[in-house]
Design a protein around this ligand. Structure first.
Ligand code: GAR
Length: 192
């Protein structure tokens, strides 16, 4: 990605609540932001996060997920049409195929609620508590063709207390997610 070309046209992909989308929108509105969010894509019509896009007048679209091929074909076209340079997955609960990632040939970031490489996939907080881990955290990484396995851009850990439940841990981790996603974007784009 060329830094000289100014702000990166960014698409954020969501499936639900959209609190990480909200933090990225907030960052994008700061003076020194490296990104301009030009598009929000959801695979879910009732994703609450779409409200944040609408409130900020960001172009948004729902692509129904009937199968991976048709979803990715539509996604590819719409990302191209909007000249998207950077894709941020923010609570997007689908797996993109290696074929799609290669064909698109753009940087795709993801935020994951664990200290990767620990606990790829789902139910990260339950697994951390069950295993009596002392720490949990969140990770922003590059998306590649293997689940939650691409290069780590930024990671932050927090202590798990004996009193923590899945819900309390989720809340604490989410709070740091909101902080590290914009920071990871800055780190990625300032090193161009
Ligand atoms: C976040 O905790 C995010 O890390 C997680 O879903 C939540 C979405 O919250 N993502 C994954 O588990 C991806 N595998 P949000 O919709 O409020 O941003």
């Amino acid at each position: 990605m060329e830094k000289s070309s100014g702000k990166k046209n960014t698409a954020v992909l969501i499936s639900g609540r959209g609190s990480n989308l909200r933090s990225l929108i907030k960052y994008s509105k700061t003076k020194k932001s490296f990104i301009r969010i030009v598009l929000v894509v959801s695979d879910n019509f009732s994703a609450k996060g779409l409200d944040y896009a609408n409130k900020s007048n960001i172009n948004n679209i729902v692509i129904k997920y009937s199968n991976r091929k048709s979803f990715e074909d539509r996604l590819f076209k719409i990302l191209r049409r909007n000249n998207v340079d950077l894709i941020c997955l923010a609570g997007f609960m689908r797996i993109l195929s290696g074929k799609f990632i290669k064909k698109l040939n753009k940087t795709i970031l993801n935020i994951h609620p664990s200290l990767l490489p620990k606990y790829k996939g789902l139910n990260t907080h339950d697994r951390a508590i069950q295993n009596k881990d002392k720490y949990s955290g969140a990770t922003v990484h590059i998306v590649n063709d293997k689940l939650d396995s691409g290069k780590i851009i930024l990671q932050k850990k927090i202590k798990i207390l004996k009193s923590d439940t899945r819900k309390s841990l989720e809340k604490k981790v989410l709070k740091i997610e909101h902080r590290i996603y914009p920071k990871a974007v800055i780190k990625l784009l300032s090193s161009d």
